[in-house]
Design a protein around this ligand. Structure first.
Ligand SMILES: [Zn+2]
Length: 300
């Protein structure tokens, strides 16, 4: 998808300059490194790059390849997914003091968690930048989050209080969560390709059922006058932004993140006719085509 094609829209996310993989109780997490600095960027400026990168990780996962390094590279480029704010079904988590979660979620088997317990799931690795969660003196008042480190990232973006945690140096996500997400995203991407190439109506409707399961939940947007009327996505996470990118890409007549017809890799191209990710794949595909042709003429 290309940001400049149709609408003016803006969306911002925080990423740190460097991340690392750490292991806690045999589970692998990704978190910012001790001396990392935060920066703010607009993921939609580089939507195709993000989409192609995550889809190709998903393809590798499907092939049972080890993707830890690719995921670390991805996070170093674009930041963590923001699972903490992506998952909940309710808003204003900290004020409501509890979190309602979808039935199938990677974090817990429960449907509801107290906010403290929920936040702890994302603060497993960091002892030093410990974020304190405390109840307000007023029994019905909100709980508070004190944060001795990078609270400034959220001051800049002015998001809800739970983003103090998401944008902090203490915040971490399990690698496995990103693996599952990438795998699912590539599955949807590939199924849409297969759908187009398929003549069998039964298979097509089965694919359609699967593709329909993909949706962007909780998305809110508004119009703001930034020079021109602009669509401002209040997206709750990088993950929700990527969901939106896939949705816009797949429903665009001129989709720019495409699947290579030869090797299945995702690639980005502004050329509407581009079908292959590289000259190698185009050549290979041509060789197969001419072989199939000569076989046909032999058989006739
Ligand atoms: Zn290819």
């Amino acid at each position: 998808m290309n940001k400049n094609q149709a609408n003016n829209f803006t969306a911002l996310w925080v990423k740190y300059s460097e991340y690392e993989i750490v292991e806690e109780k045999k589970v692998k997490y990704i978190k910012p490194t001790e001396n990392a600095q935060y920066e703010v960027y607009d993921p939609f400026e580089i939507a195709d790059e993000i989409l192609v990168d995550i889809l190709n990780i998903g393809k590798l996962v499907g092939e049972d390849k080890d993707v830890d390094k690719s995921i670390l590279e991805f996070v170093n480029k674009y930041g963590l997914m923001g699972e903490l704010t992506y998952l909940p079904l309710n808003n204003n988590l900290v004020y409501q003091k509890k979190v309602f979660l979808p039935k199938k979620n990677p974090i817990t088997t429960k449907d509801v968690l107290p906010i403290e317990e929920y936040l702890e799931k994302f603060l497993v690795c960091d002892k030093k930048h410990r974020i304190q969660i405390f109840a307000s003196k007023d029994k019905n008042g909100p709980i508070g989050i004190s944060n001795n480190n990078e609270i400034t990232a959220n001051l800049f973006l002015n998001r809800g209080i739970e983003y103090n945690v998401v944008f902090s140096k203490g915040y971490s996500e399990q690698i496995q969560w990103i693996i599952e997400y990438a795998k699912y995203l590539y599955l949807i991407f590939a199924d849409i390709e297969i759908y187009y190439q398929q003549d069998n109506d039964e298979l097509k409707s089965a694919l359609n059922m699967l593709i329909k399961t993909f949706k962007v939940s909780n998305l809110t947007c508004k119009i703001e006058m930034l020079e021109k009327a602009s669509l401002v996505w209040d997206f709750n996470s990088l993950k929700q932004a990527i969901d939106t990118m896939l949705l816009l890409n797949e429903t665009n007549e001129r989709k720019t993140a495409k699947m290579c017809k030869h090797c299945g890799k995702a690639f980005s191209s502004q050329n509407i006719k581009a079908e292959y990710c590289s000259p190698q794949c185009r050549n290979q595909a041509n060789v197969y085509k001419s072989r199939a042709k000569s076989k046909e003429s032999e058989e006739q």
